[in-house]
Design a binder for this molecule. Sequence first.
Ligand code: UTP
Length: 225
Amino acid sequence: MKIVVAIGGSILLQDYDYKRFEEYSNILKTYCEEHELFVVVGGGKPARNYISIVRDLNAGEGICDDIGIEVTRINAKVLTIALGDYAYQRIPHNFQEALEFSATGKIVVMGGTEPAHSTDAVSSILAEYVKADLLINLTSVDGMYTKDPNKFDDAELISEITASEMLDFISGKDVSAGTYEFFDSTAVQIIKRSSLKTIIANGNNPENLIKAINGEKVGTEVITD
Ligand code: UTP
């Protein structure tokens, strides 16, 4: 299979050490013979911190996004270092480069592309671009909930949702730099228009990546309408 894996920066940098990078690189190395792998890495807390500094310096939203993108690319670079020879060592800045770099047969790791969306959107556009069979989005919660699980005790995990239902659900959420909510709507629109098989799972347990690749039930599956 051709698989795009999105890993939130908050997952990789949870403890600010090498271990998460190493855990994920070990899993990716195991599956890269059998599958063609692309990885999109998020910005996490350092992205939000830098964005807050430049926003205080009166930068516009586009510049704030540019700063966030730079941080995602640093995180991507760190993952390629963990992957060593298994990864193509340059970070693509756009989808065409990602496709070109994948011709080497190595794992391609990238961060953001341009302002006004999150790495969730990047991963879905990439999945569409390379005609991926599966998009796996590893986030800091178990999947899509009926309510924010960090705020509401009665939030329930949704095991299957259509892209249209998901769009309705997330519309109207905040989209300023560094504050994209659970999943950005651009990402869902792409998932919908290209009927991308998508699994959203908790990346704090790297085993969930193995489950998602192996087709075991995990997190929330976005199904076609
Ligand atoms: P992320 O998509 O990583 O957002 O990009 P996040 O919410 O911090 O994600 P986690 O915590 O890693 O899961 C960080 C910021 O970089 C900018 C946005 O401002 C985003 O909030 N960005 C990222 C872009 O503008 N374009 C991109 O393609 C990617």
